[in-house]
Design a protein around this ligand. Sequence first.
Ligand SMILES: NC(=O)c1ccc[n+]([C@@H]2O[C@H](COP(=O)([O-])OP(=O)(O)OC[C@H]3O[C@@H](n4cnc5c(N)ncnc54)[C@H](OP(=O)(O)O)[C@@H]3O)[C@@H](O)[C@H]2O)c1
Length: 218
Amino acid sequence: MKISLLGGTGAFAEGLVIRWSQAGHDIFIGSRSEEKAQGITNDMLEKAKSVGIDANITGLVNAEAAKETEIVVVCLPHEHTSSTLEGIKDSFTNQIVISPVVPMKKEGDFFLFDQPPLGSAVAEIKAVLPDTVKIVSAYHNIPAKGLANLDKPLDYDVAICGDDEESKKVVKQLTEQMPNLRPIDAGPLQLSGMIESITPLIINMNIKHKHEFSIKFV
Ligand SMILES: NC(=O)c1ccc[n+]([C@@H]2O[C@H](COP(=O)([O-])OP(=O)(O)OC[C@H]3O[C@@H](n4cnc5c(N)ncnc54)[C@H](OP(=O)(O)O)[C@@H]3O)[C@@H](O)[C@H]2O)c1
């Protein structure tokens, strides 16, 4: 499949780029700057080659990256997500848009969930994009560091929320292509805020224990 990552130059996108390249997908790294996108693309092609992955990665500005693909992953910081998507919304037709976006703030030494007025980051994304896109919420609880480390088995669960069964099935398959992530359908998009809210808890624990905790349902 063709997959674009908006803000694909950042920490979280790195693991998705390398793991979906390994699974044979065509990847488009989006950025505000074409030059930065191309620089990170070159770095990722090098990284892929060094571990024997024959990757197909292209660097573009966000608006062009989104247009190219059937899957768009929003890897932008929450505070810049709505404004960025607003600025490029003409690039969207009927793509599946995946949101791992977590709204959070730092108070003292700790991160807290910063619930948006609409209830979740994904509800804000839905409010900006055309009704024709299918939005799925996933990957909020996966630490970027573990995701980018191919030597690390990802023994985590991925709670997936969405209102369109077919697109949730596609995201489930994309998740299963990253060993050993286990996708679990967690219900409609309306429930995404609860999944998003777990991430600051995990980050605080990871900082405290210098570990890469995530979630697993047993
Ligand atoms: N990091 C994690 O462990 C983790 C885990 C789960 C979910 N998430 C979620 O994944 C998303 C990305 O996280 P991240 O850690 O990768 O973030 P990040 O590295 O801070 O930022 C990602 C990219 O966003 C773009 N960006 C930064 N400021 C921007 C602005 N003012 N306007 C438009 N674009 C801007 C930058 O790309 P350009 O400069 O190239 O435009 C940057 O490389 C967040 O919503 C986060 O909550 C992260």
